[in-house]
Design a protein around this ligand. Structure first.
Ligand SMILES: O=C(O)CCC(=O)C(=O)O
Length: 271
């Protein structure tokens, strides 16, 4: 199962960003990718002042372009996120398309990124965005997959619920920053992978030092043992990770965690 992690620049021009993404997805298909993954807000600067203007309703231009391309290339496409406009609200939403172009999943970021680190990053998504209310998994020819967005990865219960549903890989379009990225990015992707003995895949925009929000980059794939399979730097790049899905069962058999949970003592379950 070959995954292309597309760490692309995000510019102020929405149409140009969509074109860049499509070009890179075509290249990924040529290189044998089964899945292509885009970053959080891949066609919109990550700024509260932009989400409304760059947003689109279900079936908007970014989504239509990605769905057609998935069908044309016959691959799975985790379409980063876009600001989704719905009933007067804005959501930070990730759409997934199957190799026939049909929408397989839609995850609205459930945990909004409201932080204020002393001397570091401040951001309040809740000034403009509304949270989603779902745990998202989807079925593919490679098995069940999980999907969440950036800050969502910090919440271990969400990842556990996806894996209890059978998720083998957790896909995370994301955009950490220069305060929390160096401190927590790799740690969190390895942590969730080791907790659940699953693969984790995080894709960020390339770093733009001039942007109002400077993304950390460092797109990453981690295996069920917690080993880093690939990791980018700050630059524009596409990484390829070949996931051996059988490794997941092997690790779970050798070091049983999910099956050894004491659900008589404690429980994590979906509401
Ligand atoms: O959790 C973090 O440190 C970063 C999260 C973030 O940037 C986001 O949710 O967009």
């Amino acid at each position: 199962m070959r995954i292309a992690l597309i760490q692309m620049p995000v510019l102020p021009d929405k149409v140009k960003n969509i074109q860049t993404a499509c070009g890179k997805i075509r290249e990924a298909a040529k290189n044998g990718a089964d899945f292509a993954v885009l970053p959080e807000m891949f066609c919109c600067p990550y700024d509260n002042s932009c989400f409304g203007a760059y947003g689109e309703p279900e079936g908007g231009e970014a989504q239509t372009a990605l769905s057609h391309l998935a069908a044309e290339l016959g691959l799975y496409l985790v379409g980063g996120t876009v600001p989704e406009l719905s009933e007067g609200r804005i959501y930070n939403t990730s759409y997934v398309y199957g190799p026939d172009g049909r929408q397989l999943a839609k995850h609205r970021k459930a945990h909004l990124f409201d932080i204020d680190v002393q001397g570091g990053q401040r951001f309040r998504e809740s000034d403009t965005l509304s949270p989603g209310n779902a745990i998202t998994t989807f079925e593919t020819a490679f098995g069940t997959m999980g999907l969440c967005v950036c800050f969502d990865l910090r919440f271990e219960e969400l990842a556990r619920c996806m894996c209890l549903r059978g998720a083998k890989v957790i896909f995370v379009p994301a955009a950490f920053n220069m305060t929390t990225g160096p401190a927590h990015w790799e740690l969190l992707f390895r942590q969730r992978a080791v907790d659940n003995q699953c693969f984790t895949v995080g894709v960020s925009p390339a770093r733009d030092e001039q942007g109002s929000y400077v993304a950390y980059g460092n797109s990453i794939a981690v295996d069920p043992w917690g080993a880093v399979l690939c990791r980018a730097g700050a630059e524009e790049t596409t990484l390829y990770a070949d996931l051996d899905v059988e490794r997941l069962e092997a690790v779970r058999a050798q070091l049983p965690i999910l099956s050894a949970r004491r659900t008589d003592l404690y429980e994590v379950r979906e509401k």
